[in-house]
Design a protein around this ligand. Structure first.
Ligand code: HEM
Length: 408
């Protein structure tokens, strides 16, 4: 499937992070089941980010191969993988302290990955700056947009090194660009990957929803090979969108949004009672509270994607429409001017993954000896509800329920 950063941009299009390769890998595992679904979806999500936003395409590598292979400091994807895995550790220990011969190999390799990643980013910025300043064709990825922000108010420089060094603070500084690239990587990776892990487990526990998805994918794609699918299909895949939205309603990766009121008094309306919040007050809206409030959601704790699908009676030519929740009752990407910049990106990615997977395949739970299907479904549902919150909402033991992938 071709995948674009957004509708208006004609920027990078790439095979979706190797989703077909992932599918092939899952399919080849047969009755043994998928070794590590979570790891595979993280790999896929890194590939999508690396290829689409940072123009570094990589092949998909399955979890077992990934485990048996030393990560390379020559590869942007491998360095990113290590840095994201140890992001919290690197926030506490700056990578410049992770060098030196006396350091254990495991720590030194984290330091090397972080250093290489910065080197990669600097190279891309330098190349893009040089191309922009000389009027040469640019890559057109996300970095081009960031470098343009650097470029905008500064005079053209013949040498890219000088260009970067002499850039004034009127646009973005190089450090700010590096920071932005890093934040986008952090914010865009596990959020989508985790939601896909929840989605996959929930779909395995609810096979009838997979059939419902399959029906839509077949109708919309009309036998077109996956390689020819494009962005235009995204809007039509309402049920795939519904599955993703319903998962985010109950299992949003960010469950609360730390905020602070600005200089003025903010008025919050609770029913018909106004509540004045003084300036500079820290507030923490808990979105899972509102997203499971029975005043707005029928059977709030039931994962039911079909609640997002409407059948407009006054426009029979429109087959299905997506339900738009009342403002302020669903905001997994936050709301307002500071909301998530990757909202569309994550939606397109998730829909593309679901469409690729469920066109010809199904995932099901690998039952234990003597276990009924009903019991296995309950086990998967319990696994989905056994969560923790370390930076993001995650399942404690996704590995306790093994999934199988099969062609239908
Ligand atoms: C299911 C997927 C995702 C969810 C639920 C999600 C949710 C959020 C939320 C709740 C915020 C905080 C907004 C606020 O402060 O009010 C945020 C910020 C952000 N998101 Fe996402 N996001 C997702 C995917 C992505 C993707 C794919 C990207 C990039 C490609 C991305 C990039 C960002 C960035 C750059 C920020 C701002 C971070 C900051 O200000 O420090 N997100 N996201």
């Amino acid at each position: 499937m071709k995948f674009a950063w957004n509708e208006s941009s004609r920027q990078t299009q790439t095979d979706l992070g190797g989703s077909r390769a992932m599918l092939h890998y899952w399919n080849c595992q047969g009755k043994a089941g998928i070794p590590d679904m979570q790891e595979d979806l993280r790999t896929l999500s890194i590939n999508v980010l690396a290829a689409t936003a940072f123009l570094k395409p990589y092949d998909f590598i399955g979890s077992t191969d990934l485990r048996n292979r030393e990560s390379s400091t020559e590869s942007y994807r491998d360095c990113l993988h290590v840095v994201l895995k140890y992001a919290i550790f690197l926030m506490l220990v700056p990578y410049r302290f992770l060098t030196g011969a006396m350091l254990p190999h495991s720590l030194a390799s984290i330091g090397r990955a972080a250093m290489s990643l910065k080197g990669f980013m600097m190279n891309i910025i330098t190349e893009e700056s040089a191309a922009l300043s000389k009027g040469k064709p640019v890559s057109g990825g996300l970095i081009t947009s960031l470098v343009r922000a650097l470029d905008q108010k500064t005079p053209q420089q013949p040498d890219p090194g000088d260009f970067i060094r002499e850039t004034k603070r009127s646009g973005l500084s190089v450090d700010e660009i590096l920071g932005n690239i890093f934040v986008i990587n952090i914010a865009g990776h596990d959020t989508t990957a985790n939601t896909l892990v929840f989605t996959m487990m929930l779909l395995a526990a609810n096979p009838e929803v997979q059939g419902w998805l399959h029906e839509e994918i077949i109708t919309v794609t009309q036998g077109k090979p996956i390689g020819d699918w494009d962005y235009a299909l995204f809007e039509q895949l309402k049920r795939c969108q519904a599955v993703f939205l319903e998962t985010l309603r109950l299992y949003a990766p960010i469950t609360g949004l730390p905020k602070i009121t600005s200089r003025g008094v903010q008025i919050l309306h609770i029913g018909d009672r106004p509540l004045a919040i003084p300036p500079g007050t820290e507030i923490f809206p808990l979105l899972l509270g509102i997203q499971t409030d029975p005043s707005y959601w029928v059977d709030p704790y039931v994962w039911r994607p079909s609640r997002w699908i409407l059948h407009p009676k006054d426009a029979p030519e429109v087959r299905e429409e997506l339900f738009v929740p009342q403002k302020g009752t669903f905001f997994p990407w936050s709301e307002g001017p500071q909301n998530c910049v990757g909202k569309k990106f994550s939606q397109v990615e998730a829909v593309a993954v679901l469409a690729c997977l469920f066109r010809d395949h199904r995932v099901c739970i690998k039952t234990r000896a003597g276990e009924t299907e009903e019991h296995a479904k309950r086990r998967a549902q319990d696994c989905v509800n056994d969560v923790n919150y370390q930076l993001l909402l995650k399942m404690n033991h996704p590995d306790r329920v093994k999934l199988e992938c099969m062609k239908v």
